[in-house]
Ligand binder design. Structure first.
Ligand code: AHG
Ligand code: MN
Ligand code: MN
Length: 338
């Protein structure tokens, strides 16, 4: 029988690959695993708890309706990472500015974390997979609580990134720049175990994932790519199949395993796309490149984009190498960047 490897054991085993102080990043990743288990507990019983489903009644900084679970997950991740000595601050989808950790050991923390505490809000109340996405950087400021500039680093500077998917089973998938590994939660003992070692995405896929309801507002290059996906062509396995959950984490996870492309382009309503660079596109891009795929904004690498604000958005074309390249070539041909 194969040896069971827990997330904690794996992190410690691999910490020699880390560029910086080993123990710190290990402890930080373990803290994320802990918060994920706490959030998982609430997500799992959401249907039973009248006070857990539904809207808070307010809007977040993006003007989006906040669900109770959005707020709960935000609080749990902040609680898990605060005052531990590894993290000096957070950027969260649910908070407008930098969350500065001011007290105790936190001010000496060498890391900052950008987080989407609960991804897929529209799926919370209907028992469909949701997730958490995180991105970890070394701070660039010397000391004290995290600053805005600590977060204005390109995605290439990420030291770790990952997501948790609360699905038919709960998984934590992460990279520290040496491949991608996935862990599945055994709910009976409350521990994550390595279940998907060294995840790689097929170079070609058959799945395309996009909110086609926005079709009329897509750039011509995207419309042309959709036409390409839907044409009959046996040698290239077309027509492809369309799959879209509307939880980016779940769409990403499926395509990573099976091969595919996820596109959230610019639309006339969202001229910069919908997804957020710091806590959605960048961590996905780091993971995708580590798994052998590509992540672009339709023209260039996501990881090379210089951020200028915490909640900035970007178009995203991400997935199997040959599919992303094809979509990019049609963008270049029909909707060149102005
Ligand atoms: P969040 O719930 O964190 O705000 O993210 C929602 C995002 C992403 O998860 C998903 O892929 C996308 O919004 C879906 O958008 P549409 O409903 O416009 O397709
Ligand atoms: Mn999200
Ligand atoms: Mn969210």
């Amino acid at each position: 029988m194969e040896k069971l490897m827990s997330l904690g054991e794996f992190i410690v085993d691999k910490q020699d690959d880390f560029k910086y102080a080993k123990g710190e990043l290990s402890r930080l990743l373990s803290a994320i695993g802990l918060a994920a288990r706490v959030v998982n507990r609430e997500v799992n019983k959401a249907g039973l708890m009248k006070d857990i489903l539904g809207d808070v009644g307010g809007k977040n900084v993006q003007g989006e309706t906040q669900k109770k679970l959005d707020v709960y997950a935000d609080e749990e991740f902040i609680r898990a990472l605060k005052d531990r000595g590894e993290v000096c601050g957070l950027a969260s989808e649910e908070k407008e500015g930098v969350i500065e950790f001011k007290s105790g050991y936190a001010v000496d923390g060498q890391y900052v974390v950008a987080i989407d505490p609960l991804d897929g809000s529209s799926n919370i109340d209907v028992n469909v997979s949701i997730g958490t996405i995180f991105s970890i950087y070394r701070r660039t400021s010397e000391s004290g609580p995290a600053t805005f500039d600590d977060f204005m680093q390109k995605g290439t500077e990420q030291v770790a990134a990952g997501y948790v998917i609360y699905g038919s089973s709960t998984m934590l998938v992460y990279t520290t720049g040496n491949g991608v590994n996935g862990f599945t939660l055994d709910p009976s003992i409350g521990a994550f175990f390595l279940s998907h070692p060294d995840m790689t995405i097929p170079k070609d896929g058959k799945i395309y994932s996009i909110n086609e309801g926005n079709y009329v507002h897509f750039p011509t290059g995207v419309k042309q790519y959709l036409k390409y996906c839907q044409v009959e062509d046996a040698p290239t396995n077309r027509p492809y199949t369309s799959r879209y959950i509307g939880s980016a984490v779940a769409d990403f996870h499926r395509n990573l395993i099976k091969g595919g492309i996820y596109i959230y382009p610019t639309t006339t309503a969202s001229p910069n796309g919908k997804l957020r660079l710091l806590y959605e596109a960048n961590p996905f891009a780091f993971l995708m490149e580590q798994a052998g795929g590509l992540a672009t904004d339709g023209f260039g690498r996501i990881l090379e984009i210089q951020p200028t604000s915490l909640h900035q958005r970007t178009p995203l074309f991400i997935g199997s190498e040959n599919m992303v390249k094809k979509a990019m070539s049609l963008m270049e041909e029909h909707s060149p960047r102005s």
